[in-house]
Design a protein around this ligand. Structure first.
Ligand code: SF4
Length: 405
C-alpha cells in the first residue's frame, strides 16, 4: 500500500509491505527516506544523497557518488550510527503522534500492518538498539562474509569458522576454531535466530548455511543438519539454501550427494576459486588446485545445483597477472557453467595485518592499481564463451568492503 500526503509542508510517501515500512519525505530536490523491518529496526535510508544500510549487527555502511567518479563508501562510527537511527526513530515517533492526534490525515488510511510497523519503529530507542545488538552477538559468531546476492539471507551457522584458515589474503575466521554443530546445538541456534529476527524474518530472502565452508561437512553429518532446517523454516518459501564450499583437499562429494542436498533445498554453492593458476594458489596458501575446483563444479552441476565462482582480481600483482588471467579463463571454460550460475570478480583488499601483504612485499610483487584490477576482470570476461543452449552465467563484481549482514 502506498499513501501520498503532505506533512510539515513537504510531500510524504508511506509505503507498507508485508515485510517492511518505508517513509519518504520530499522537499524540493532533497529527499529523506527511511525503511524498517517488521520489528521496527532501521534497515536502509537516504539522507542528503547518501544511502545507508544497516546490518543486523548494528553496523551501518554509507555510500555515495562523487561527481562522475565511482561509488564511495565508508562505515559509520558508533556515534554516527546511533544518531542516524535516532533521527529515523524520531521521524516515526513524530509522524505517529501527528497521525494519532489527527494533525495529518491519510487517504486511504494506514492499514494495520502500517500502524504496527510504524509503532514499532517509533519505539526502537537507542536502548532498544543496544539490546538488539547484544542479542545479535548472543545468537551469532560474527558472520565473516557472504556472497553479494546473499546479504538478505537468514544465516544459519551449522558450522563455525573455516576448516582451513590458511589463505594469506583472508582474515575472516582467524578468531575461531572450526567446529561443526550437532543437530541439537544447531536446532537451538536456529530457534535463537528465529527469536532474534522476530518479524524481521519476513524481509529475509534465502537461507545461507554458515560459515566459510559448511559443505565440507561429511554427508552423514550434513544431511541431519539440513533436515533440521526444514523443521524450523519454510525452506521453499524462503527461496532455498545456499552455502560456500572452499578449499578442496578434504571431503569430496559425488553428484549423487549433491542431488540429495538439492532434494533438501540446496540451490547454489559458492566457491572461492580465486585463480585458475596453481602456482598463484600455492602462493596464496589456498588449499587444493584449479583442477579440484573444476571437478567439484562438475559434481555439483551434475547433482542439479547451481554454482557461484569467485575470482580474486589483483592477486599476485603484475608478476602473476598473465598466468592468473590465462589459467582462470581455462579453468572457467572447463566448467559446465550456464545461465543458472554466477561468476564474481572480487578485488583483493590488502591491509597491513595480512599475511598476503607481507608475502607480497618479500616476493617483491608489484601490486595492480584498482583500474588494472578491473581491466584484469574485463580481460577474463571478454575471453569467456558459453553455449547458446545453456546460456551465459551472470557476471558481476563482489566488493567485500560493502558486505553487511
Ligand atoms: S578457505 Fe576460504 S574462508 Fe578459509 S581461509 Fe581460505 S579464503 Fe578464507
Amino acid at each position: 500500500m502506498v499513501i501520498l500526503t503532505r506533512w510539515r509542508g513537504q510531500s510524504l510517501t508511506i509505503s507498507t509491505k508485508p515485510n517492511c515500512l518505508t517513509l519518504s519525505l520530499q522537499s524540493g530536490r532533497d529527499t529523506q527516506v527511511y525503511s524498517f523491518d517488521g520489528e521496527g529496526r532501521f534497515w536502509t535510508g537516504i539522507v542528503q544523497n547518501i544511502s545507508y544500510r544497516r546490518g543486523l549487527d548494528g553496523k551501518i555502511v554509507a555510500k555515495w557518488q562523487e561527481g562522475n567518479s565511482q561509488r564511495e563508501r565508508r562505515w559509520l562510527s558508533q556515534v554516527e550510527a546511533q544518531t542516524l537511527q535516532e533521527n529515523a526513530r524520531r521521524f516515526c515517533a513524530d509522524l505517529l503522534a501527528h497521525l494519532q492526534t489527527g494533525q495529518v490525515l491519510l487517504n486511504p488510511p494506514l492499514d494495520e500492518t502500517g500502524w504496527t510497523f510504524l509503532t514499532r519503529a517509533a519505539a526502537f530507542t537507542p536502548e532498544r538498539y543496544r539490546q538488539d545488538i547484544d542479542h545479535y552477538h548472543a545468537v551469532y559468531r560474527p558472520v565473516g562474509i557472504l556472497p553479494p546476492d546473499q546479504y538478505m539471507a537468514v544465516v544459519l551457522q551449522a558450522a563455525e569458522g573455516c576448516s582451513f584458515n590458511t589463505c594469506t589474503f583472508c582474515n575472516f575466521y582467524r578468531d575461531r576454531p572450526f567446529r561443526i554443530k550437532t543437530p541439537e546445538m544447531f536446532r537451538e541456534h536456529m530457534k535463537a535466530v528465529r527469536d532474534f529476527l522476530g518479524e524481521g524474518l519476513s524481509l529475509r530472502r534465502t537461507i545461507f548455511l554458515g560459515d566459510a565452508n559448511a559443505l565440507v561437512i561429511p554427508m552423514p553429518r550434513l544431511v541431519p543438519l539440513m533436515e533440521a532446517i526444514h523443521e524450523q523454516f519454510d525452506v521453499e518459501q524462503l527461496g532455498g539454501i545456499y552455502a560456500f564450499l572452499d578449499g578442496f583437499s578434504a571431503e569430496k562429494k559425488t553428484p549423487a550427494d549433491y542431488a540429495r542436498l538439492r532434494e533438501l533445498g540446496l540451490q547454489r554453492v559458492y566457491i572461492g576459486m580465486e585463480s585458475g593458476n596453481d602456482e598463484l594458489l600455492r602462493f596464496l596458501k589456498k588449499p587444493g588446485t584449479a583442477e579440484d575446483v573444476v571437478q567439484a563444479v562438475q559434481a555439483i552441476k551434475r547433482g542439479g545445483v547451481a554454482v557461484g565462482i569467485i575470482l580474486l582480481l589483483g592477486a599476485g600483482g603484475h608478476q602473476f597477472s598473465a598466468q592468473h588471467v590465462a589459467d582462470s579463463i581455462r579453468a572457467l571454460q572447463a566448467m559446465p557453467l550456464d545461465a543458472d550460475d554466477l561468476i564474481y570478480f572480487s578485488e583483493l583488499v590488502e591491509d597491513e595485518g595480512m599475511q598476503y601483504t607481507r608475502d607480497a612485499y618479500q616476493a617483491n610483487l608489484r601490486p595492480l592499481t584498482p583500474e588494472e584490477r578491473i581491466a584484469q576482470g574485463e580481460a577474463i570476461e571478454q575471453a569467456l564463451s558459453f553455449s547458446e543452449e545453456g546460456g551465459t552465467p551472470h557476471i558481476s563484481r563482489y566488493d567485500i568492503r560493502e558486505f553487511v549482514y
